[in-house]
Design a protein around this ligand. Structure first.
Ligand SMILES: [Zn+2]
Length: 152
């Protein structure tokens, strides 16, 4: 992360791109995306068939260049999840009043240049898999920093 931050400060321009499996939704990210977090909450498990993997960055750095098939699901009264209504790819997570937006790591075009740094919502992990110590941070749903943050 520090190496990429240094690169950004040195004026190295990079635009991250991504989209869904069928091409109905495409996006660009114009700010350094934060480290990937693996989310073990029940909503992520159902939407992604397993653990969710997201990067977080300021909302105004996201530009949806194609959104013909983009649909939204209100997963709670405070958040919504964007997905492709044609191919089913999970793409975006937006929290009400949150200046950041989350984008699924798996929808980014390669190479992402990003690394995972944490597991979040681990107290909601299902019983069908183990979560051995892999050196990443581990955050419960009740921890104040359980979400990936651009500045951390
Ligand atoms: Zn699609």
């Amino acid at each position: 992360m520090s190496e990429m931050t240094a690169g950004a400060k040195a004026g190295v321009e990079r635009v991250w791109t991504g989209g869904c499996a069928c091409g109905g939704v495409r996006y660009e990210i114009t700010a350094q995306p934060g480290p990937i977090s693996f989310c073990h909450c029940g909503q992520c498990r159902r939407q992604h068939s397993h653990v969710g993997a997201y990067t977080t960055f300021p909302r105004d750095a996201l530009r949806r260049v194609k959104e013909d098939t983009l649909a939204w699901y209100a997963s709670s009264d405070r958040a919504r999840r964007g997905f492709c209504s044609r191919c089913g790819s999970g793409l975006f997570w937006e929290g009400e009043g949150n200046p950041n937006v989350d984008v699924t790591a798996g929808s980014l075009d390669e190479p992402t240049g990003l690394c995972a740094d944490r597991h979040i919502w681990i107290d909601f992990k299902e019983d069908y898999y183990d979560l051995p110590d892999d050196g990443l941070l581990r955050r419960a749903s009740t921890d104040p920093d359980n979400h990936s943050k651009v500045e951390s």
